[in-house]
Design a protein around this ligand. Structure first.
Ligand code: HEC
Ligand code: HEC
Ligand code: HEC
Ligand code: HEC
Ligand code: HEC
Ligand code: HEC
Ligand code: HEC
Ligand code: HEC
Ligand code: HEC
Ligand code: HEC
Length: 266
């Protein structure tokens, strides 16, 4: 007897990654494929489909017992059992993935497209990308939350940020020109910690800066009033009432670091 004699799931399963080429589209998969998650179906079938004689993985218990038996990946970049999204009553494999009824247009058996999925629990972050005028464009086939975040989390890393191959912030995967070290770094700030100056989930300010104007951002550290306001940064000695000096990056163009000029002008 075949699971497919009684269950439509078996026909649809030809294209599921869990069928692993054991059937093609529209074909019925061998029972062994189903039994990888549901356990032996012999008693269930012999009893003509007694549903108490077959295991169905649901919720936290199902995610722990079934999914982790094959997918317990645990490296320094991803952990499915110790990361921020490790199985719990609030979030587990089966809140984000569905084996039989995933969103057909979303890859990786996700229950919905990724942006809507993350938004169900982190609404303000998703809304920020949508509502703020300056933001990365998510969910249009290119960038996703997972471009910067490892969705399964990883141990001991704040905000489960993904890293480049060299262990840097995820931003440098795409903005490689901002990768240091430069001959003249912008102090210690421009290396790595982009969030010192940029609002990464979207901003009301051009270039996603976290202050309304470039000048406001700069003088937060380079206060013209006193050199010691915020540590040892050199004050900007320019006359800030002069329009000439207000657009700081018109002269200090290499604001992320320079290989030619200590004053970051080229
Ligand atoms: C003879 C028909 C028949 C065959 C063959 C059969 N099933 Fe079922 N199965 C049923 C019926 C009937 C139900 C109960 C449906 C209901 O109550 O909605 C059921 C229910 C289930 C459930 C749900 C259990 C629950 O707790 O809700 C799973 C999972 C399942 N079957 C898996 C399998 C697998 C895997 C195979 C193949 C190894 C299989 N079935 C073969 C008839 C069959
Ligand atoms: C990778 C794991 C996995 C495999 C392989 C798998 N299932 Fe399931 N199945 C699940 C999970 C998880 C559920 C729980 C409900 C859900 O997510 O839809 C489920 C639920 C079911 C149900 C109950 C549906 C309901 O509405 O309650 C049936 C019937 C079923 N599976 C049949 C099959 C058959 C037939 C196969 C083989 C073609 C199969 N499953 C292969 C994980 C799997
Ligand atoms: C018997 C082992 C086994 C079990 C149990 C199992 N998987 Fe898989 N899973 C695989 C294999 C093999 C693949 C295909 C190769 C790969 O992508 O790693 C896969 C692929 C996947 C993928 C990737 C799909 C894609 O298109 O990239 C997801 C998501 C997934 N499984 C989720 C689950 C979830 C959720 C459960 C628990 C209900 C589960 N798996 C249970 C073996 C398993
Ligand atoms: C918070 C939502 C969420 C949870 C919880 C979650 N996943 Fe995922 N998973 C994703 C997303 C999003 C992707 C797509 C990743 C990408 O775009 O790089 C994915 C991809 C995958 C893949 C395929 C890609 C790969 O890395 O091989 C597998 C397999 C997988 N998940 C298994 C699991 C298992 C097993 C669990 C439970 C331990 C789980 N996931 C829990 C959201 C989640
Ligand atoms: C079902 C609810 C749920 C879904 C869906 C969900 N998360 Fe989470 N997320 C949580 C919970 C619970 C935590 C851990 C508790 C906390 O720190 O808020 C968490 C933690 C996080 C953290 C770490 C926060 C920190 O302080 O370190 C990030 C980043 C994150 N989620 C991003 C995502 C992304 C990206 C997605 C979509 C792929 C997603 N989440 C989908 C519930 C969810
Ligand atoms: C361009 C890269 C990027 C994208 C895309 C992105 N994030 Fe983040 N996210 C970050 C960085 C960097 C941090 C850590 C710094 C911070 O808190 O601002 C972070 C932090 C977080 C945190 C934890 C905040 C805390 O208090 O520690 C959550 C939750 C989160 N992001 C959710 C999301 C969700 C949901 C999405 C998709 C809607 C998303 N992020 C898209 C870069 C990104
Ligand atoms: C997956 C690739 C990718 C990643 C990862 C990424 N970005 Fe971007 N970024 C882009 C693209 C493409 C654009 C321009 C198109 C757009 O607006 O979406 C952009 C635009 C920007 C802009 C605005 C440029 C302008 O002219 O307005 C800033 C600032 C920025 N990114 C900073 C960051 C920071 C900081 C991070 C890490 C937290 C990051 N990006 C991660 C691809 C990426
Ligand atoms: C010291 C503050 C500061 C830090 C730290 C910083 N940026 Fe910027 N960034 C700026 C300013 C100011 C602008 C706008 C320049 C202008 O308007 O001429 C900008 C513009 C950008 C732009 C758009 C214009 C361009 O040059 O491509 C991108 C992309 C960008 N930053 C990415 C990053 C990334 C990635 C990081 C982390 C590696 C980072 N920034 C760290 C201040 C900073
Ligand atoms: C988070 C604090 C911070 C912000 C914001 C910041 N800087 Fe800096 N800046 C520094 C530090 C620290 C140094 C290095 C001081 C040193 O090496 O003595 C520096 C160095 C410089 C230098 C080189 C001075 C020298 O002689 O070494 C220039 C020019 C400069 N910053 C301009 C700017 C401009 C323009 C902005 C706004 C786009 C800005 N900075 C934003 C902290 C900051
Ligand atoms: C018209 C071009 C111009 C503009 C606009 C400008 N600067 Fe400068 N800045 C310079 C020059 C030239 C120097 C180097 C002076 C020297 O070494 O004699 C300098 C030096 C600096 C230094 C280093 C001071 C030191 O002690 O070494 C800082 C910090 C600085 N500027 C910050 C700013 C800030 C903040 C703004 C915006 C409010 C700004 N600059 C706007 C031309 C400009």
């Amino acid at each position: 007897m075949s699971c497919g004699d009684c269950h439509d799931q078996a026909k649809a399963f030809g294209i599921n990654p869990h069928a692993q080429g054991k059937a093609t589209k529209g074909q019925v998969v061998p029972n062994s494929v189903c039994e990888g998650c549901h356990g032996s179906g012999t008693a269930h079938m012999d009893a003509g489909g007694d549903k108490t004689l077959i295991y169905k993985p649901v919720g936290l218990a199902g995610a722990n017992k079934t999914c982790l038996s094959c997918h317990d990946t645990n490296t320094d970049r991803i952990s499915r059992h110790a990361g921020q999204h490790a199985n719990s009553s609030q979030v587990n494999c089966l809140t984000c993935h569905s084996i039989h009824s995933s969103e057909p247009r979303a890859p990786h058996l996700l229950v919905k497209d990724q942006l809507s999925l993350c938004a169900t629990c982190h609404a303000s972050y998703a809304a920020s990308f949508r509502n703020k005028p300056y933001a990365h464009r998510l969910g249009r086939g290119g960038m996703e939350c997972s471009s910067c975040h490892e969705p399964h989390g990883m141990p001991f890393k704040p905000a489960n940020l993904r890293q480049t191959a060299a262990g840097e912030v995820p931003c440098l995967n795409c903005h490689a020109d901002k990768r240091g070290p430069f001959v003249f770094n912008h102090g210690s700030v421009a290396i790595g910690d982009c969030t010192t100056c940029h609002e990464v989930h979207g901003s009301s300010n051009p270039k996603m800066l976290n202050r309304a104007t470039v000048m406001q951002l700069c003088i937060e550290c380079h206060s013209p009033i006193t050199a010691s306001t915020l540590g040892s940064q050199p004050p900007s000695f320019h006359n800030l009432t002069s329009v000439r000096y207000q657009n700081c990056t018109s002269c200090h163009m290499a604001i992320h670091g320079s290989n030619r000029d200590p004053q970051l002008m080229k």
